[in-house]
Design a protein around this ligand. Structure first.
Ligand SMILES: C[S@@+](CC[C@H](N)C(=O)[O-])C[C@H]1O[C@@H](n2cnc3c(N)ncnc32)[C@H](O)[C@@H]1O
Length: 347
């Protein structure tokens, strides 16, 4: 069965990577079907009931860079006559049940489609009405959506991601604030890309105010944070308490982790860049080399480690023994572009 993910436009690649990794973490098998601007279509295998239970609950609760998840009715060329043909021809029983009401909403993505959406919504609504269903614009049982870009994806809404929850957790809204932290949506996407499972032991050895740990904690991971500065350990504690995390915090050096080898399931970390955050080491070079080699030691084989930096970190990771999987860049402002490096410890 085909499902579409309406992605946020905040990054070219991270939203897609977050969806694919999260499906894997939740144990769903899938085959990529298509990708149009901000719209990823996947063929997800398995029983429809089991798949949709995950797509309605655990998956949207986990994702940060997706707006909505749809069940796909069909995909056609972005031409009004083709869209109407599909709306007339589709068999409704898999999407709307007898007696249920509906609404149709259309959204243009990018600049490829120039025709107006409102008349199309009405015409498609007319097709569904003629199949025996009543429209209800305020409280419909089923929302049909048309995502118009290079192609048009027509589907019904399964779930929406509550993106406002991430605004509530912006660094300034947390009990303890310190500048230079990742925004919660980025932190959550990275925690997802690292395949963080509920119950997993999650480590951030440069935890600062605990922003990454909060996101992992909200997914049910047991989080372990370390920072060289006492005031940040105390601040991280306030933030983790506020979000009810299951946590342990330590003051210490990321290059000398007081942890046994192969005990940690996941690492996501944002070490200092040598700009504003304090560097407690002889040099940045020694800090990155030492910390990555310690992360490698404490991680279980097959586990993921993600490092956020303002310069390439792959050489440090590869020297430590990691396999390099992906590198993303994220422009923050004119003088800061972050590099996000995804590593895996070989099995
Ligand atoms: C960029 S900040 C981390 C920001 C963090 N992601 C947050 O949400 O607040 C880097 C942190 O690394 C810490 N740090 C610097 N040298 C360290 C070391 N040798 N071991 C552990 N932490 C260190 C700094 O105190 C700082 O809090």
């Amino acid at each position: 069965m085909l499902y579409a993910f309406e992605l946020s436009g905040e990054h070219e690649k991270l939203p897609q990577a977050e969806v694919l990794a999260s499906l894997e973490t939740l144990g769903l098998e899938f085959v990529p079907h298509a990708f149009f601007e901000q719209c990823l279509v996947l063929d997800i295998k398995g029983s429809k009931e089991a798949v949709e239970k995950i797509l309605r609950g655990p998956l949207p609760a986990r994702l940060a860079m997706t707006h909505r998840i749809l069940k796909v009715v069909g995909i056609v060329k972005s031409q009004p006559d083709k869209i109407l043909e599909l709306a007339k021809a589709f068999e409704p029983s898999a999407f709307i049940q007898k007696g249920e009401t509906f609404v149709v909403r259309a959204k243009r993505i990018g600049k490829q489609v120039t025709f107006p959406c409102e008349p199309l919504e009405k015409k498609v609504g007319g097709c569904i009405y003629r199949k025996g269903f009543r429209a209800n614009l305020k409280a419909p049982d089923v929302s049909f959506r048309l995502l118009l870009s290079e192609q048009t994806v027509f589907g019904t809404l399964l779930s929406s991601v509550d993106r406002s929850a991430y605004e509530i957790r912006t660094p300034q809204n947390k009990p303890f604030f310190h500048p230079g932290v990742l925004m919660p949506r980025v932190a959550r996407a990275l925690v997802n890309i690292a395949r963080t499972k509920a119950g997993a032991l999650f480590l951030d050895p440069f935890c600062g105010t605990g922003g990454i740990l909060v996101e992992a904690g909200l997914l049910g991971a047991k989080v372990l944070g370390l920072d060289a500065q006492e005031k940040l350990v105390l601040g991280a504690r306030m933030n983790l308490e506020a979000f009810g995390a299951d946590y342990v915090l330590l003051e210490g050096d990321a290059c000398k982790l007081p942890l046994k080898s192969e005990t940690i399931d996941t690492v996501v970390t944002d070490p200092p860049y040598g700009r504003s955050a304090a560097v407690l080491a002889e040099s940045l070079d020694k800090l990155y080399a030492g910390a990555l080699s310690e992360c490698f030691r404490v991680l279980k084989p097959g586990s993921f480690a993600i490092v956020v930096s303002d310069k390439p970190a792959f050489e440090y990771g590869e020297k430590a023994g990691f396999e390099l999987l992906e590198v993303y860049t994220q422009r923050v402002h004119r003088s800061l572009t972050r590099t996000i490096t995804v590593f895996r410890k070989p099995v």
